[in-house]
Design a binder for this molecule. Structure first.
Ligand code: B12
Ligand code: SF4
Length: 500
């Protein structure tokens, strides 16, 4: 079959890095394993209009991915495609996977969308394509409406999907268990992307373009449930690939694709330390440790001891992120992070001793905060002094505990899914004594107090990447430090573009 996979356009109002979509890369790989002809249309980087692509390729099935701020664009794309080519359209990704808020039904009811896949997609996608292929074999011509005929019961036994039959009834099939054997998955199909069009997600090396910067996922899931974290895709059960399987893909990235840096995207890569020791030894023994790599997302600070971090450093690790979130002990308890400030301090100390660069993720405006607790976070960031301090304003994603709390006790200030981005300078909710004005003020203060100190300024100026990317860095600095009027203009521009 001809399979089209689409990443809807959603350019963040920041100079975000664009990267090949790993979820679509996996789906593309399983489709190719089925024998399909696959095209990926990443609206963020394509120059060709999407309708032209659909008319030319005439896919037998379309898959669209969506996180929360992308979902409305995904629906627009679905309606647009259906209007020119009657093809089954499947949506998946973090947003429609939130069944707790009926967000699967929300997408299933949209014009153009036939099926919703909840959670990890590889197995459901394969089953849907298998089913569709055998159905199409018996058809001369058909309309997608016949696929959704309740009498045909075509989709009743596929786990983890939601759909609306043509009589208007919504169906939510039972959940699909998490993929138990991650080694059984093919490697992400990067050859389906125009890799030269991407930048690197989190540059560890000076000025490497996307063609030489790749992502990898060595484990899936996270055993924790922080109150703010949107975990609709990855189940609580943490699973990992074997070190041998990871090594083989790593070698492929370096030897076949010419990777000059690698970003590990795991939610919590260091849950099982033994596995990382084994992987590190293998990278060293196989002479793959010359390619720098980084933990793009936070690893657990309580599991980042000296021995492990120094072994990982020998294996090529250059930089690691930690989800610090807050500098206030009480707020830290309330967000169920299951960690304390001293443990976080220790992890940063270890990384400094070992010579690893660090990234700290901090949240301004968690439930229960006041000016002082937010100041505690800024002070803690300055004390830890990571290479990169990333402050974001708390954005309550549907399905999280914070979302439920704000709905019940606070005042949500955004109603549109397209506003669920957290690098704008606007607070997303108010609760208790925490006003939007206070959060916005503290957010700006966080960036000013952290970055406008001599040591970060000198560090930036000393890095070659800063000079290579000077125009981009100046734009980021201007947007970060200037008042929010600048942002509003940017937002309007994006809206206008997406309507055009
Ligand atoms: C890397 C990453 C990024 C990167 C790259 C994003 C990208 N293009 O992939 C960057 C930094 C750009 C980014 C930005 C943002 N991100 Co982000 N990101 C991630 C991260 C850490 C890994 C993504 C990943 O590769 N996952 C692994 C792959 C295998 O999973 P997947 O992409 O979800 O795809 C699987 C399933 O979802 C499903 N599936 C997905 N699409 C489809 C489509 C079909 C048809 C089917 C059948 C199945 C299916 O099958 C796939 C295979 O199993 C996740 C956390 C996580 N664990 O996933 C957060 C995450 C996706 N991001 C999140 C958020 C909030 C954002 C931002 C909105 C943050 C912001 N700045 O405001 C932006 C949005 C940017 C945008 N343009 O859309 C949230 C999403 C929550 C939500 N409800 O939408 C997550 C889940 C983090 C979290 N736990 O809160 N992100
Ligand atoms: S923030 Fe990190 S540790 Fe907490 S649930 Fe999300 S991925 Fe897990």
């Amino acid at each position: 079959m001809r399979v089209a996979l689409i990443n809807p356009r959603f350019r963040l109002p920041i100079d975000t890095r664009t990267t090949a979509h790993l979820g679509l890369a996996y789906l593309g790989a399983v489709s190719e394993r089925r024998g399909d002809e696959v095209r990926i249309f990443d609206a963020d980087i394509e120059e060709q209009p999407m309708d032209e692509f659909i008319r030319e390729f005439r896919p037998h099935v379309v898959g669209i991915t969506a996180n929360t701020p992308q979902v409305k664009q995904a629906w627009r794309h679905a309606a647009q495609i259906k209007a020119i080519h009657d093809v089954p359209i499947v949506i998946g990704g973090p947003h429609p996977s939130v069944a707790a808020e009926d967000l699967d039904f929300e997408s299933a009811g949209q014009t153009g969308i036939d099926l919703v896949v909840r959670g990890e997609g590889e197995e459901a996608w394969t089953e849907i394509c298998d089913r569709l292929e055998s159905f199409l074999r018996d058809q001369e011509g058909y309309s997608t409406r016949t696929l959704m005929d309740p009498g045909k019961r075509l989709w009743d036994d596929i786990q983890g999907i939601t759909f609306q039959t043509s009589d208007g009834e919504l169906h939510r099939n039972p959940d699909r268990p998490a993929i138990a054997d991650l080694d059984s998955l093919p490697w992400p199909a990067y050859h389906l992307f125009k890799m030269h069009k991407y930048t690197n997600l989190q540059p560890a090396t000076d000025h490497i373009d996307g063609a030489r910067s790749f992502s990898i996922m060595t484990s899936r899931g996270c055993p924790y449930r922080c109150t703010f974290c949107s975990q609709s895709i990855m189940p609580i059960k943490w699973r990992s690939r074997t070190p041998e399987n990871v090594l083989a893909e790593w070698r492929h990235l370096v030897d076949d694709l010419g990777a000059q840096e690698i970003g590990v995207l795991d939610d919590s890569a260091n849950i099982r330390k033994k596995r990382l020791y084994e992987l590190a030894d293998m990278l060293i023994d196989n002479h793959l440790n010359h390619v720098p790599w980084i933990f793009v997302n936070g690893i657990r600070a309580n599991l980042a001891d000296y021995d492990l971090m120094s072994k990982l450093k020998q294996a090529g690790l250059k930089r690691t992120a930690f989800g610090v979130e807050t500098g206030n002990p009480q707020i830290l308890k309330q967000i169920d992070k299951n960690i304390d400030l001293d443990t976080i301090r220790q992890a940063f100390k270890v990384c400094n001793e070992v010579g690893l660069e660090t990234i700290g993720f901090f949240i301004i405006g968690l439930p229960g905060e006041n000016r002082q607790t937010m100041q505690d976070t800024i002070n803690f960031a300055i004390e830890l002094n990571p290479l990169i301090a990333n402050f974001s304003m708390m954005t309550p994603y549907p399905g999280t505990k914070v979302y439920a709390d704000v709905k019940q006790h606070g005042r949500m200030m955004i109603q549109d899914w397209e506003d669920y981005v957290f690098f704008e300078q606007q607070a997303r909710y108010e609760m208790g004594e925490m006003t939007a004005a206070m959060v916005e003020e503290m957010y700006r203060k966080a960036y000013r107090q952290f970055y406008l100190r001599p040591s970060p300024i000198i560090r930036r100026l000393a890095s070659r990447d800063f000079w290579y990317n000077l125009p981009r860095n100046m734009r980021i600095a201007r947007r970060t430090f200037l008042p929010k009027a600048e942002k509003t203009g940017l937002r309007r521009k994006i809206e206008a573009e997406s309507l055009a």
